[in-house]
Ligand binder design. Structure first.
Ligand code: PLP
Length: 461
């Protein structure tokens, strides 16, 4: 991962070399992900699983965010997917970043993001990570306990503290309340302690749970935050200026962002009306990246099971729960397989099947019961909406590699990115080149395209 910037530099031949290696995809039109996957498979004779990342999806999400929640500035949760291209795209679009560790902070700072655009939002922080925040100028941090307060006093005395309260959704894909957040009744005492330590508390945060399926919880949480704002001003003389409404926004399934935005906007109007002097931020993760990544896997083995005149199939694919599908275990995700290039007659001839990962572990099951056409060895299955909490937490158990990411952008997407990216990208002959992800422009191709064969965070040169 060492100095990627210098690997690319402003040297045009370096860029050409990368393109000559054909690590790119160009689509003049909106990308058809399945078609693209088919092309990649055939052109490169692929056998390993891979992701296709459509940057346009991330931009669309950002535009929708600004449309539906214009008062709330997103601080993207890096933990959700730390692919350099995702971080660079979002930085270019002007989001801030929620980091959970010193490594995440460094990743974001390295692409040129200002420390003031980072919130260190892990309430329980190892000492060296706090020291790193101090050294790098990251000051805004969340806390939810007395112990953390004392650590801040010692290692980051200039911290701008944000107290994280507990307010949970009744239903969420990944509840968080049992681990983090101080109950509102105990929060006042924590603020008293902060005051006596002469620490600067600037606001309140919460996280209702990831994959929130209870939109009204945002109203309750914002109302509770208001209670603390008032207490801190009245009793302690604090003048809070930041409300952080956390994550929990939907990826591509479940609750609608429009519904949550409606609740959030109403609550803000009721408790933090326009002009009240409070900056409102959020920490969306899956919202931005889930839909942008499609996983493409190959069937390498099949077992046919016949019982009572019914034929079922077991398909073995080359990615499983120890790899990208760790989201089934950790993120409680339900994944959906799709067939590439379905044959007309197959639509009626469906068979019950289960889908299994490549390792020798019996736990490594991806889908327990699906209906698919009869598949052959060597055919591919596609899993949409796989960008959130997948690559970041996968391993290589049994020696099976994590999928590489092939990135794509339409000409329109790329052109719109060009302008916003100016501050972050190198410019070679008016062509932006992204320092970490190795994305650039191929003059000989049909339009703007992206190049990436990043093995998570690393330019392959
Ligand atoms: N902020 C914090 C502190 C988190 O712990 C998480 C996820 O666990 C997020 C933000 C992102 O949440 P989501 O992906 O639901 O938006």
């Amino acid at each position: 991962e060492s100095n990627n910037s210098s690997m690319i530099s402003t040297n045009i031949s370096m860029m050409d070399l990368m393109f000559d290696n054909r690590r790119y995809r160009v689509t003049p039109e909106t990308p058809d992900i399945k078609q693209l996957a088919t092309d990649l498979i055939h052109n490169y004779n692929l056998e390993e699983p891979f992701f296709v990342c459509d940057i346009g999806q991330i931009i669309k999400k950002h535009e929708a965010w600004n449309l539906y929640m214009p008062r709330v500035r997103p601080f993207y949760a890096v933990k959700c997917n730390d692919s350099p291209l995702v971080l660079e795209t979002l930085a270019g679009l002007g989001t801030g970043f929620d980091c959970a560790s010193k490594v995440e902070m460094r990743k974001v700072l390295e692409i040129g993001v200002s420390p003031t655009d980072i919130i260190y939002a892990n309430p329980a922080k190892p000492r060296s990570h706090i020291v790193a925040a101090a050294e790098q100028g990251v000051q805004t941090v969340t806390f939810d306990s007395h112990v953390e307060l004392l650590k801040m006093k010692r290692y980051l005395p200039g911290a701008k503290l944000v107290v994280r309260i507990r307010c949970e959704a009744e239903r969420a894909q990944c509840p968080l309340g049992m681990k983090f957040g101080v109950n509102i009744e105990d929060a006042t005492e924590l603020l008293n302690a902060a005051k006596s330590l002469e620490m600067d508390v600037i606001g309140v945060s919460f996280h209702v749970g990831s994959g929130c399926m209870d939109p009204p919880v945002f109203y309750r949480a914002i109302a509770e935050a208001r209670i603390l704002f008032d207490y801190a001003a009245r009793e302690l003389g604090y003048d809070f200026s930041l409300l952080d409404i956390g994550g929990g926004f939907p990826g591509n399934t479940g609750t609608s962002i429009v519904e949550i935005a409606g609740v959030v906007n109403n609550a803000l109007e009721d408790f933090f009306p326009q002009g009240c002097g409070v900056e409102v931020i959020a920490e969306p993760g899956r919202y931005y990246v889930a839909a942008a990544f499609t996983l493409v896997t190959q069937i390498h083995s099949i077992r046919e099971i016949k019982s009572d005149d019914i034929t079922r199939y077991m398909y073995y694919i080359n990615d499983g729960i120890y790899g990208s599908f760790n989201c089934i275990m950790y993120d409680h995700a339900i994944v959906r397989p799709e067939v590439i290039g379905i044959r007309q007659s197959d639509e009626v001839n469906l068979f019950e099947c289960s889908i299994w990962g490549p390792t020798c572990d019996g736990l490594d099951q991806v889908c327990s019961s699906e209906l698919l056409p009869k598949m052959e060895v060597g055919e591919w299955l596609v899993f949409p909406d796989m960008g959130a909490y997948t690559l970041v937490a996968g391993g290589t158990f049994n020696g099976f590699p994590l999928p590489k990411v092939h990135t794509v952008a339409s000409a329109i997407t790329w052109n719109s990115l060009k302008d916003v990216m100016k501050t972050l990208a190198f410019v070679v002959d008016d062509v932006p080149v992204f320092p970490n992800s190795g994305v650039g422009y191929n003059r000989d191709a049909v339009g703007w395209g992206c190049v990436e064969e990043a093995v998570i965070g690393r330019v392959v040169s």
